[in-house]
Design a protein around this ligand. Structure first.
Ligand code: ATP
Length: 546
């Protein structure tokens, strides 16, 4: 077998995007109308992949969680429950959470193209020609930056192809944030210099209005994270479900952020799904719980196929932490669209102290004050009043009353699915029907994440093979997603399944009809062995469990 190509090499991302479209993992939203930036639809295979990612998370957090044993690395046994809160919430929630005031990005507008960009995402390079100097700004993937900048500079200086050497590049690509002379900047979609405005703040929350009247009173927001629904229901859950601290509440759901420059496929989008868990514990144990969750979440990604040098845990330095937090770590993945050696965030695990429950109770806390106190407005009164509800917890054994500390692992389902896709993508060689080696594309998903678990293939469309295969297909279909295919040569059918990551192909051939065995082919090793048809379910289940 030829050496497999790994993410980061060549035009890997382009190939992945093209496969996703061609085989029905992802489509641009509203494509028939020209597309909607920052929004992606999951096709028939993509929806299965993302559901499997979310199911694997939910299983690990809730349904398969052992409430009664002390897990390795945990300070105590703990309970886990789920929640599904609404996207629309009382506007006061976002004031007390800090999103209303703080959830913004710096952005710049282009007066010429009328486009808006996130300030920190514009990069560019200085160039000189014909006695003039310009900073050519681009928004492009790292491996395409120079190509895009070159083409723009040629056009700007009105040079022909043969005069390319007249361009004198100065220094490497740098962020627009590091450029002082804005009047010499050629904005990403402009033809003239100096069209960008000064950076301005821009709130990332989508606004809407509730009810028939559109005014300040009716303004509401689409949630930018699922976590606040959990904090607001903390007391409801404690009072209704008999959970005792330490315990966690987990939720999966849509979140919305009006990202200024959505990009990199589904990595940064405007509508996405989060998998968030708030873990409530006694303040004296919160540091231990933080370390437990940080390590457990890293292990979850590794167990599902992300490993090696593509996955890292980046612990925030002490001076990056808010003073009420004793730790924050990001789990990051080396996505192929990033420059070599760079990583993108998959999940953040944060020790949040008692910030959230106290804010929702007393009023918005000032995150910069130490000790935390309610933030005051210009009139000397609380800037945003809290709910006034007591969100403390009374320990039923010791009778101690305290505000729990919170550990928050916050993950994105779309980013996780994208990382699993990128990691799974691989090119190698496989023999065709004549035994000749041909290149093949294979998605080496963990069997639990693979959209289809088994393909059932009659070798030929005669001699009772299709009928036998269809019977087996119906049996397997009771257990998991299965695909039936009787069209074209069997080698081509294997290849089609490899390309969508189906872990097993079961072939019905002449021997099946005489001795009742079928061939089961492993996607990764391409090894084939004969088994009894009723062994197939267990083989697949075992692979999904590992
Ligand atoms: P970033 O710095 O990349 O904008 P963040 O630190 O703001 O992310 P969090 O608020 O911690 O992200 O959200 C938790 C998780 O939700 C992120 O780790 C990511 O997986 C996911 N997420 C956040 N914003 C987006 C987005 N615009 N598109 C897709 N997923 C997102």
């Amino acid at each position: 077998m030829a050496a497999a190509e790994s993410p980061g090499e060549g035009r890997m991302m382009e190939k992945i995007v093209s496969l996703c479209r061609r085989r029905g993992f992802l489509f641009q939203s509203s494509e028939i109308y020209g597309g909607m930036n920052g929004c992606w639809d999951y096709g028939p295979l993509g929806v299965e992949l993302k559901r499997n990612v979310k199911d694997a998370w939910w299983r690990d957090m809730i349904s398969a969680h052992d409430d009664i044993s002390v897990l390795a690395g945990a300070p105590a046994a703990f309970e886990m429950v789920g929640l599904d809160s609404t996207i629309l919430m009382h506007p006061q929630v976002w004031k007390c959470s800090g999103h209303y005031d703080l959830f913004h990005d710096m952005m710049v507008d282009c007066r010429e193209s009328k486009k808006r960009y996130r300030f920190d995402q514009i990069r560019g390079r200085w160039v000189e020609a014909k006695g003039r100097r310009a900073f050519v700004a681009v928004i492009a993937d790292a491996d395409a930056e120079q190509e895009v900048a070159h083409a723009r500079a040629m056009k700007f200086f009105n040079l022909r192809g043969k005069d390319a050497d007249k361009l004198v590049w100065d220094g490497e690509f740098i962020s627009l944030e590091d450029v002082g002379e804005v009047e010499e900047v050629l904005a990403p979609d402009a033809k003239t210099l100096g069209s960008l405005t000064e950076p301005r703040e821009f709130n990332l929350m989508f606004q809407t209005n509730i009810g028939a009247v559109v005014d300040v009173e009716s303004t509401a927001f689409l949630r930018p994270e699922t976590a606040q629904g959990i904090f607001c229901n903390f007391k409801n859950v404690v009072d209704s479900s008999r959970v005792q601290i330490p315990f966690g509440i987990a939720q999966i759901g849509k979140s919305f952020r009006n990202e200024i420059t959505p990009r990199n496929f589904t990595f940064r989008v405007r509508e996405f799904e989060q998998m968030e868990m708030e873990f409530f514990c006694h303040p004296s144990q919160s540091s231990e719980w933080y370390r437990f969750w940080r390590d457990r979440r890293m292990a979850w990604y590794q167990a599902h196929g992300l490993s090696g040098e593509h996955l890292i845990m980046r612990e925030h330095a002490e001076d990056e932490l808010s003073h009420y937090s004793t730790g924050t770590a990001d789990i990051e993945y080396a996505f192929p669209f990033l420059p070599p050696g760079s990583f993108g965030e998959l999940e953040g695990i944060a020790h949040r102290g008692d910030f959230d429950l106290r804010s929702h109770s007393e009023g918005k806390l000032d995150p910069n004050s130490n000790p935390l106190v309610v933030e005051l407005g210009e009139n000397g009164k609380p800037k945003y009043k809290g709910s006034g509800k007591d969100l403390s917890y009374r320990d039923p054994v010791s009778n101690e009353r305290f505000i729990p500390h919170v550990i928050e692992p916050a993950a994105g389902a779309d980013r996780a699915a994208l990382a699993f896709l990128c990691e799974a993508y691989c090119e190698d060689e496989a023999p065709d029907d004549s035994g000749k080696l041909q290149s093949r594309t294979v998605l080496r998903f963990h069997p639990r994440l693979a959209p289809t678990k088994v393909a059932v293939l009659p070798l030929v469309k005669k001699d009772g093979m299709p009928e036998y295969a269809q019977g087996l297909y119906r049996e397997l279909k009771k257990e998991f997603p299965v695909f039936y295919d009787e069209k074209s040569a069997v080698g081509r059918r294997y290849r089609r399944q490899d390309e969508i990551g189906t872990p097993f192909c079961v072939t019905i051939d002449g021997e099946t009809l005489s001795d009742g065995t079928v061939t089961i082919r492993d996607r990764d090793t391409m090894e084939q062995r004969r088994v009894k048809p009723d062994e197939v379910v267990e083989i697949v289940r075992r692979a999904m469990r590992t």
